[in-house]
Design a protein around this ligand. Structure first.
Ligand SMILES: Nc1ncnc2c1ncn2[C@@H]1O[C@H](COP(=O)(O)OP(=O)(O)OP(=O)(O)O)[C@@H](O)[C@H]1O
Ligand SMILES: O=C(O)c1ccc[n+]([C@@H]2O[C@H](COP(=O)([O-])O)[C@@H](O)[C@H]2O)c1
Length: 206
């Protein structure tokens, strides 16, 4: 049987509880052998610059480190941080295909990026190289549940997790408003991430 390789990319600035729930859903529902967590290097599609990659990677290790279950392995994958220029998922998928010949790939996304996928660089190749595994996301203004584009529907798979309104934007705003670890922050990120943010004075108003 082909090795099943999951790929979960994100800015992870910082990783929050919905990221952890999505990674867990992917591990349990897709029967993955390995899950690559891929922090973005340069997010061409985001208006703000990301925090130092060193911090985002350290927080990924804290947030996702406990998730490896059963036979599944987690890889904290620095390729997009190391690569010069904008981070394109297609580049990472092509490299991973070469590293795992014959494997089956599963790209893990929340609803917003599943909807944005047709605007990604070379998205048709992305869809050809990986199953698109998407979970709904609770956000204001969400009109309806995401429906895959009919032309590529057979390449999409739904992941099930509780609808969560968590966002990294919300975490950063909470810390900027209340620099001490607040009960609201504790409801958004794991204790390890709250501690890391506090120790390293991340996201505080300057
Ligand atoms: N609440 C959520 N429910 C489901 N998926 C989510 C949720 N939050 C983030 N994701 C997914 O996790 C991946 C990485 O997201 P990202 O690191 O950009 O977090 P974010 O919360 O969207 O960040 P920001 O608020 O800074 O834009 C994306 O595929 C995104 O759709
Ligand atoms: O390749 C692209 O063109 C592309 C465009 C938008 C997003 N992505 C990737 O999708 C993942 C989730 O994006 P984000 O903005 O939610 O962190 C992350 O790995 C991004 O690099 C990739």
């Amino acid at each position: 049987m082909a090795l099943k390789v999951g790929v979960f990319g994100g800015a992870f600035d910082p990783p929050h509880l919905a990221h952890q729930a999505l990674a867990e859903a992917a591990l349990t529902q897709l029967g993955l052998d390995v899950l690559h967590i891929v922090p973005t290097g340069q997010a061409w599609h985001k208006a703000r610059s990301l925090s130092d990659a060193r911090h985002r990677l350290a927080m990924c290790r804290l947030a996702f480190g406990e998730l490896a279950q059963g036979a599944a392995r987690l890889v904290f994958d620095e390729r997009e941080i190391q690569r010069a220029g904008p981070s394109y998922t297609i580049d990472s998928l092509r490299e991973l295909h070469a590293e795992y010949p014959g494997a089956e790939f599963f790209l893990v996304l929340g609803q917003d990026q599943a909807e944005a996928l047709p605007h990604w660089n070379d998205w048709q190749s992305v869809v050809a190289l990986a199953w698109i595994c998407h979970a709904d996301r609770d956000w204001e203004g969400r009109a309806q549940s995401f429906e895959p584009p009919p032309s590529h529907e057979s390449r999409y798979r739904k992941l099930h997790m509780p609808l969560m309104r968590h966002s990294a934007t919300g975490v950063r705003a909470e810390v900027a408003a209340k620099p001490d670890v607040s009960p609201d922050l504790r409801s958004l990120v794991s204790p390890a991430i709250a501690g890391y943010i506090e120790t390293h004075h991340l996201y505080q108003k300057t």
